[in-house]
Design a binder for this molecule. Sequence first.
Ligand SMILES: Nc1ncnc2c1ncn2[C@@H]1O[C@H](COP(=O)(O)OP(=O)(O)OP(=O)(O)O)[C@@H](O)[C@H]1O
Ligand SMILES: [Mg+2]
Length: 342
Amino acid sequence: MTTDTTTKDTPVTTTPGNPVLEARGVTMRFGGLTAVRGVDLTVNSGEIVGLIGPNGAGKTTFFNCLTGLYVPTEGEVRYQGQVLPPKSFKVTAAGVARTFQNIRLFANMTVLENVLVGRHTRTKEGFWSAVLRGPGFHRAEAASKARAMELLEFVGLAHKAEHLSRNLPYGEQRKLEIARALASEPGLLLLDEPTAGMNPQETRATEELVFAIRDMGIAVLVIEHDMRFIFNLCDRVAVLVQGEKLIEGDSATVQGDERVVAAYLGEPFEGAPGDEEVAEVESAEAAHEQADAAPAEAEPVDAAPADAAPTDAAPTDAPTETPADTPAEATTDAAPGKENDR
Ligand SMILES: Nc1ncnc2c1ncn2[C@@H]1O[C@H](COP(=O)(O)OP(=O)(O)OP(=O)(O)O)[C@@H](O)[C@H]1O
Ligand SMILES: [Mg+2]
């Protein structure tokens, strides 16, 4: 990394309890499919808010609407009172950072270089500065590197700074993504399934990491399927089912809501938006059981889930943090893929 350098401005500071993120009536339609329907969500400074819901509920799509990857069909998203521009790099520059359900690191860059990439919205050194490489450039580069190392220390990866990111175990790649997101000095961090694929120890450590991020003054909105993680961590939890917000409240309220239980455990609940989906899942499971019981000479069944193949190793639009001159195919996609997880 030779171009991105120096701190342009200080991290966003927020008054505790004030709204950091305000999403109002966010709707996202893809042709005939409404993936997100009229969702309102507020995240206040000092808060960790959870977003849960069954597969396909619209959680990642909602994140994409918040971060400028999708322009919502309807609705408005404000950060610190200002409407966010529908461009991901501008959203990052405004102070909203994210990680991806599919890990999106630069596989052939070192761990440190990946974090330096995340700093580019907070640096002011331009093309000529990089070409001329005067004393200002070198000072700036050193400052940026020092901050990146600080962040690696924070997530516990400083000792691997010079390793290629593709050689990190899966759990460490997720931590590196968090360090890279933090490198843009956000006021709000969005985490899309940060513990997917982690063992219980790694999940516990990630919980501590998220608390520490909150304690740094960064509000957090987190998507996760691990309910223990969510209910330990979050001040408030919102539940999406088939694109609609079913309920929002503290852990006890959400855990005690029978519609939430139904949405996760497959118990039918009359009138809940998840009803049809639950029925579909049940019939799919029944079909699987029948297939399992089939005789040995039957056609081999592809055991991989439909979304297990990395579908976007070479995304058409570069990741949020990616500078325009970095080839998109340099990203790695270690996690199971989702076509909308950009
Ligand atoms: N770009 C797109 N084009 C068409 N349909 C899309 C697109 N992105 C998402 N969808 C659809 O929107 C719905 C919501 O998907 P989304 O990935 O947001 O769900 P999710 O809640 O994140 O699920 P998971 O828990 O499995 O990650 C799904 O039916 C999905 O197929
Ligand atoms: Mg998702």
